[in-house]
Design a protein around this ligand. Structure first.
Ligand code: ADP
Ligand code: MG
Length: 175
């Protein structure tokens, strides 16, 4: 089974996968994009790569033909939900917690605002639901990294406690 872990920057994808790689193989999509040059150009202003998601998806599809299909493999990155996967898990964090985490990571104010807005508007969740049937979301705001790992293992083992729809930051934003 191929499982994507996606979410707005700062929701904890990398921190969680650092631990979860003890249990499942993890493919770091950002590294794969860089290594295999799955980008069409470098966006100098934003200091990011413009990913060729079609090429990335094609690679994942072909690559997976060689895998033991019994084995659960995790694909980590904010573009994971663009890939042909069996399950997508969206990590979420409240705007205030996201601000804390991104400041700690050294993000500038404009970048922090952009990401908080995307998170408040459920951008990645909506994109994931447009593309996949099997979508779950975890509110990481008040969980430590190990607790989030446990939730992911529960979902992979068949829990349906994390169906989308219950997470809503409007209370914090407008309450
Ligand atoms: N569940 C969590 N609780 C508290 N802090 C977290 C949690 N997950 C991640 N962090 C911290 O938040 C920051 C951003 O996490 P990171 O894993 O880099 O996010 P992402 O890969 O989604 O951009 C890091 O400093 C990380 O240690
Ligand atoms: Mg990361």
């Amino acid at each position: 089974m191929k499982v994507g872990i996606t979410g707005t920057p700062g929701t904890g994808k990398s921190a969680v996968c650092e631990i979860i790689q003890k249990y499942y193989p993890v493919i770091d999509l950002n590294r794969l994009i860089e290594e295999k040059k799955f980008y069409t150009e470098k966006d100098r202003e934003r200091n990011t790569l413009v990913t060729d998601t079609d090429a990335l998806a094609k690679y994942v599809l072909n690559y997976s033909k060689h895998w033991d299909v019994q084995q659960t493999t995790i694909f980590e990155g904010h573009l994971a939900h663009y890939l042909p996967l069996d399950m997508v898990i969206v990590l979420r964090a409240s705007p205030s917690e996201l601000r804390r985490r991104l400041s700690k990571k050294g993000f500038g104010e404009a970048k922090i605002k952009e990401n908080i807005e995307a998170e408040a508007l459920d951008v990645i969740l909506v994109e994931a639901l447009e593309r996949h049937e099997n979508v779950h979301e975890i509110d990481t705001s008040e969980k430590d990294v190990n607790e989030v790992v446990n939730c992911i293992v529960e979902i992979i083992n068949g829990s349906d406690k994390y169906h989308p729809g219950s997470i809503d930051w409007n209370g914090e934003l407008f309450g």
